[in-house]
Design a protein around this ligand. Structure first.
Ligand code: PHE
Length: 452
């Protein structure tokens, strides 16, 4: 078997897993999902999904990955004691992460372009100008396509170079920096005139907006943000060491991830309300509100606004990169090990497929608006298909698998690290993966598809 990418330290792999979770899902997708679904009520449901379904789901993937120390498909097969059909769940994860990478790269490409534009000072102007800038850039026939392809190629480069030192070291420095900057921008955004309406939107739940569809979107967003249901966590856990406490790691990563999502909400909505952008503006939300924050909040200190703008997009690009690397790694590890290919060749297969998909997605929201599937742009369709169907399905099957198929002594030993973690936690986890997680996901599905 070929060697896989390695991480130099224990902290490194946990940071890399947090890096996979924290990304555009928090800063870009969470705010527009919350905005689209009425704000605070959505966030309450989102918390519920993280706690009740997300954390047990993460632990399940960790157990499968760490126990089998191999790529996703093989991991499911081995831990089931050699039942071939469970490989399918691994394949599902590989397919899901490939589709996600296809459309995620488009948004990551927009961030790259915004980094470039803020460096050149192109984002300064009034609110109308900023709106127009986004519209004309995203519908340009080839520019956004090139940025998306560039982003995938950067991911490719990191993947073939190995995931070691560079990414690890950069994560240790840049993740805390991202946090500090977010807090700073939250303060700036909340100080804009009329900003309190945005804070209220985030904190005062209006449960009359809640429906089965909103619940499914909260579930999809929770899984998307935790990188759950794509076998990504399983692949990364295959590099965990024996004494990593799986439950504690899952809890810490989920907490950090949720904290960053909430900060992002507090960064976007006060600004959106202040400049009069509708909170349900959709995927363009952060691209049309943030440049306004950088200019208006720092109007009296333009140089500071300029520097913060650049730093912000640079950190966003970095946060997106640590996520795209994790999506890419799932398939690269799989192709390298199962087809017995060199890591480099394996990586190219994934890169080329993702480039094709990204070109289609990018064109579908810009130059070629006839690129639709079931009445949605290809980009929105891929987003909906993965977040609302494939991720919950992956987590549902994984939960049943670990609760009912895998040898429970093995699950016990992995979760308790050979008896060093409290027994009661194992019981609670077992109950949750056997009953709570599969039943909740099933009910949400049935409700959404009109059966209940
Ligand atoms: N969790 C990542 C984010 O929030 C996205 C992601 C999804 C990464 C699935 C890996 C797998 O941006």
């Amino acid at each position: 078997m070929k060697a896989r990418g390695n991480f130099a330290s224990k902290l490194g792999i946990i940071l890399a897993t947090a890096g996979s979770a924290v990304g555009l899902g928090n800063v870009w997708r969470f705010p527009f999902m919350a905005g689209h679904n009425g704000g605070a009520a959505f966030i309450v449901l989102y918390f519920g999904c993280i706690l009740l379904l997300g954390i047990p789901g993460m632990v399940s993937e960790f157990i499968i990955g760490r126990h089998s120390q191999s790529n996703a498909a093989r991991a499911y097969y081995e831990i089931s004691g050699g039942q071939r059909r469970w490989r399918l769940v691994g394949y599902l994860g590989i397919l899901t992460s490939t589709i996600i990478l296809g459309f995620y790269a488009v948004v990551a490409g927009w961030c790259l372009q915004y980094l470039f534009a803020s460096l050149m000072g192109h984002l300064s102007g009034d609110a109308d100008y900023v709106l127009h800038y986004f519209q004309s850039f995203s519908s340009h026939p080839w520019k956004p396509v090139l940025w998306a392809v560039a982003f995938i190629l950067i991911t490719h480069l990191v993947i073939v170079r190995g995931v070691q030192n560079g990414i690890e070291r950069a994560s240790k420095l840049l993740m805390p920096l991202l946090l500090v900057l977010l807090v700073l921008i939250v303060i700036a955004s909340c100080s804009l005139p009329g900003a309190m309406a945005g804070v209220e939107f985030l904190l005062k739940p209006d449960f009359s907006k809640v429906s089965g569809g909103v619940l499914l979107e909260a579930l999809g967003q929770a899984f998307f943000s935790l990188s759950l249901g794509t076998a990504c966590l399983c692949t990364y856990a295959s590099y965990f060491s024996r004494d990593t406490n799986l439950l504690k790691s899952a809890g810490q990563i989920a907490f950090l991830d949720t904290f960053i999502a909430i900060l992002s909400g507090l960064m976007i909505f006060p600004a959106a309300f202040s400049v009069g952008v509708e909170p349900d503006a959709g995927p363009s939300l952060i691209f049309i509100t943030l440049p306004n924050v950088f200019q208006q909040a720092f109007g009296h200190l333009p140089l500071l606004g300029y520097v913060i703008g650049i730093l912000f997009y640079a950190l966003l690009v970095f946060a997106a990169l640590t996520s795209t690397i994790s999506m890419h790694e799932i398939s690269t590890a799989f192709f390298a090990e199962e087809l017995n290919l060199q890591r480099k060749k394996a990586a190219w297969i994934e890169t080329l497929v993702c480039i094709l998909l990204a070109i289609g997605c990018s064109l579908s929201v810009g130059a070629v608006d006839s690129l639709t599937l079931f009445g949605q742009s290809l980009m929105d369709f891929c987003d909906m298909l993965t977040a609302q169907i494939m991720l919950p399905l992956g987590a549902f099957l994984t939960s049943l698998f670990i609760g009912w198929v895998v040898d429970q002594r093995l699950v016990h030993d992995e979760l308790t690290n050979q008896g060093t973690v409290a027994e009661g936690l194992f019981r609670a986890y077992q109950f949750s993966v056997r009953y709570i997680v599969p039943l909740c996901i099933l009910l949400i599905f049935l409700h959404q598809f009109g059966v209940l």
